[in-house]
Structures are given as C-alpha cells and as structure tokens.
Design a protein. Structure first.
Length: 211
C-alpha cells in the first residue's frame, strides 16, 4: 500500500512538473508558423513589405517607410538621409499627427491593447523584446551584450536610429492622465519592453497591423 502511494505521488509530481514546463515553453511553430508569413505591396508607392502572423494578428515585419505629405524631410530628422533607401530597414520616423494616414489601406497603427496582445503571445513584456528584435542591426552597449534578438516569429524589429541602441514605436492609444500618446520602447541590451508615454512632438517608428 505504501509502495502504491509513493508511485501515485511520483506520477502526480511528474504531471505537475510537466505542466509547469509546458506553460513556460515558447513554441514559435504554434504561435507564428512560417506558412503564415509573406509579402504585400503598398499601392501608394509600390514598396514591398514583409508580414508575419502572430497568434490572430497580422503585423508588418518591417518598419514603415512611406513618405506621408509633401515635405518628407519632416519625417526623418535623425533616422534617414533619404526615404528612398529604406534607411537600412529602419524605415522613417513619424510625428504622432501622421498615424491616421501613415499605414496602407487595410492596415492601421496598433492600439495599446493590440501591442499588449502581441507581447502576451511572445511570452510577456519581460521577454518579448528579445523575441521580437531582429538578429542583426542592433549595437550592444557592452562587449558581453548580445548584438540582437532571437527574432522567433520573423517580426524582425529594427532600431529606430542608425546608432542601433534603441527603438521607439507609436501606439494609437493615449494615457489616461494627460492624454499623451503611449509608446513602446525596445533596447539593444534588454529583453523586456518598456511601455511609457511621450508627447506628440516626438518622432517615432511605426509598425502597422492588419485590420
């Protein structure tokens, strides 16, 4: 009887252990299968963008590079020398006023709840930054720091600036107190995502999500 109790206890512990392991394990094949990735054309200027599907969301897999308006120099104060060269994949920087007209037809600047859903699918804000960042293009702050992320889902997130240390992205949501735009911050030497807010006078990158 004692032997049977020990066996049952061991099976129970093993089952609990397996359950915990499964809960922590990130499976890219299930979350973002490669079969649901591809390209599309922005009909406004003919640029071809990659996209990736993460959970139920379809995201652009590149930073937006569309020149909105007539004075395109206002769009890249420190990110690019010309919008035509795609800034090494970094795309353009946009003021908050442009978010309603920046994305192609059928796409939009994500609201904060859509960013949050993305982070949840990638394992949470503490690790999502590492899993979303491109493998190359990032500059380590210290010699022992990684040079990029793991890019598990083909999101290929690039830094906003040529220096390669960080990236800032707009969300289409406003924070409650002062109604400032909520923004997403990624760093070359950090695995986490910092969610904060900024003023609409700043220039940040844009990733569009499909309607």
């Amino acid at each position: 009887m004692r032997f049977l109790s020990i066996v049952i206890a061991c099976v129970f512990i093993a089952a609990c252990s397996d359950k915990g392991t499964d809960a922590e394990e990130f499976n890219a094949a299930k979350v973002c299968p490669e079969s649901k990735r591809g390209t599309f054309v922005d009909e406004r200027d003919g640029q071809v963008y990659k996209y990736t599907t993460i959970g139920d969301q379809v995201w652009m897999a590149e930073n937006l590079n569309y020149a909105v308006g007539s004075d395109v120099k206002d769009l890249y104060p420190s990110s690019c020398s010309s919008y035509k060269d795609n800034c090494d994949g970094r795309g353009l920087l946009y003021p908050f006023d442009y978010i309603k007209s920046a994305c192609p037809a059928g796409w939009h600047v994500p609201k904060q709840k859509e960013w949050d859903e993305l982070y949840e699918k990638m394992g949470g804000v503490d690790v999502a930054g590492e899993r979303l960042k491109a493998v190359e293009g990032w500059t380590p702050l210290n010699r022992e720091d990684p040079q990029g992320g793991t890019d598990d889902c083909g999101f290929s997130l690039k830094p906003s600036f040529k220096s390669g240390y960080d990236a800032q992205f707009w969300s289409a949501s406003l924070e409650d107190l002062n109604y400032n735009p909520i923004t997403e911050y990624f760093y070359s030497n950090k695995s986490y995502v910092r969610i904060d807010y900024s003023t609409d006078r700043h220039y940040y990158s844009i990733r569009c999500i499909k309607n």
